[in-house]
Design a protein around this ligand. Structure first.
Ligand code: CA
Ligand code: CA
Length: 380
């Protein structure tokens, strides 16, 4: 297959060397991308989200630091909050962030994090209020606690406030084989709840169940949901780490079984989507095949400035050290395959992707050692 290499100019200070690998079969335009560092000197930042005034919030997983970055990538403040209440180990710590749609009036944002339950460690969602000057948390409240945790492995956890206003939570299986298929566990699921109360919402597929977790389940049979993104047509997508093979991009349907059931014990040799399980399993819309790239966060890219990448799902990869732009063929309601019109390489291990209101992407790196950054990717 013919491939076009487009080297990005990185001679100007502040620009990073990056390579856009594009597959140009159609004559449509894939724009050059400019990559700049907004924040440096970070250690394993997990998520980044913009606030309405153009400033940013950033989480760091293991340090549990919550950072406020002034608009334009200016002054960075470590926000004062109850850091000791966050449990971090392995892949779990201070993870995903979401900002309330009414932040301008209520100053509320949400984090998914490790926590200390009454009898055991867990993964939980906490709502917080940010002070007017962005330096401190002035109130916090647990929205949902008791998601399973073990060593910190496969702790998820991704938050998304859907356009319906509901809070969607992608969780990991906590490396416990029976969790993903057990509707009474919050692990290995996509959950949908009221963002204020944490209660199940109308339209959830198992509302008639007597069990509280089951009522919150939107879909099950997931291994470790690392990305959630809602497309223009309202469909919801998850991105997951594969085991020894088959990272997956899935379109989430209510009540869907995504086929991960690694039993007995924690048997990771089973398929990422095991069609031999009872009932119907949802096939991945994209999978990596034999070689995993550790797909993580994702965002739908919108805006004409993106040319042929408008309407793609930008997927961050850790091991694969790239942003893979994935374009569903046909409509997102009914998809045969996903092709990859371009990949952005050379900017490190990548965790999360967020699209800014103006269309640029923010990406967090995950190289560790205090060398991590929040990058801005702009078409030009
Ligand atoms: Ca699957
Ligand atoms: Ca089956």
């Amino acid at each position: 297959m013919r491939r076009l290499l487009a080297l990005l100019a990185a001679l100007v200070s502040g620009l990073l060397t990056a390579t856009l690998v594009a597959a140009p079969p159609t004559g449509a335009a894939v724009p050059d991308l400019r990559v700049t560092t907004l924040v440096g000197g970070l250690d394993q930042p997990w998520d980044v989200k913009p606030l309405p005034d153009g400033s940013l919030l950033v989480t760091e997983r293991a340090s549990k630091r919550l950072l406020h970055v002034a608009a334009g990538g200016g002054r960075v403040t470590s926000v004062a909050y109850d850091r000791a209440a966050v449990w971090s180990a392995g892949e779990t710590g201070l993870m995903s962030l979401e900002v309330d749609p009414d932040f301008a009036s209520n100053r509320r944002f949400y984090t998914c994090q490790g926590g200390y339950g009454a009898s055991r460690r867990d993964v939980r969602v906490v709502a917080r209020r940010l002070s007017a000057d962005g330096t401190a948390v002035t109130a916090e409240r647990v929205v949902l606690a008791g998601l399973p945790a073990t060593t910190g492995r496969h702790g998820g956890c991704r938050l998304l406030i859907a356009r319906s206003g509901h809070l969607v939570i992608g969780t990991g299986d906590a490396a416990v084989g029976r969790n993903p298929r057990d509707l009474r566990s919050g692990g290995g699921k996509v959950l949908r709840v009221d963002r204020v109360t944490g209660r199940p919402v109308r339209g959830n597929p198992f509302l008639r169940s007597g069990n509280g977790w089951t009522k919150r389940v939107l879909s099950y049979g997931h291994r470790n949901v690392q990305g959630l993104a809602q497309s223009r047509d309202g469909t919801l997508w998850s991105v997951e780490h594969g085991s020894s093979r088959d990272d997956e991009v899935n379109r989430i349907v209510a009540g869907g079984d995504y086929g991960w059931h690694p039993v007995p014990g924690y048997d990771e040799s089973v398929p990422m989507t095991d069609k031999g399980l009872p009932g119907v399993q949802q096939a991945a819309r994209w999978r990596s095949g034999n070689r995993t790239i550790a797909t993580s966060g994702a965002a739908w890219v919108t805006g004409s400035r993106w040319g042929d990448l408008d309407g793609t799902l930008a997927v961050a990869a850790l091991k694969g050290e790239r942003v893979a732009f994935m374009k569903p063929t046909g409509t997102t309601k009914r998809i045969g395959t996903i092709r990859r019109p371009a990949e952005l390489l050379g900017i490190g291990r990548l965790r999360s992707i967020t699209q800014l209101p103006g269309g640029d992407l923010l990406v967090t790196t995950a190289d560790g050692g205090g060398r991590d950054r929040v990058l801005r990717v702009s078409p030009r």
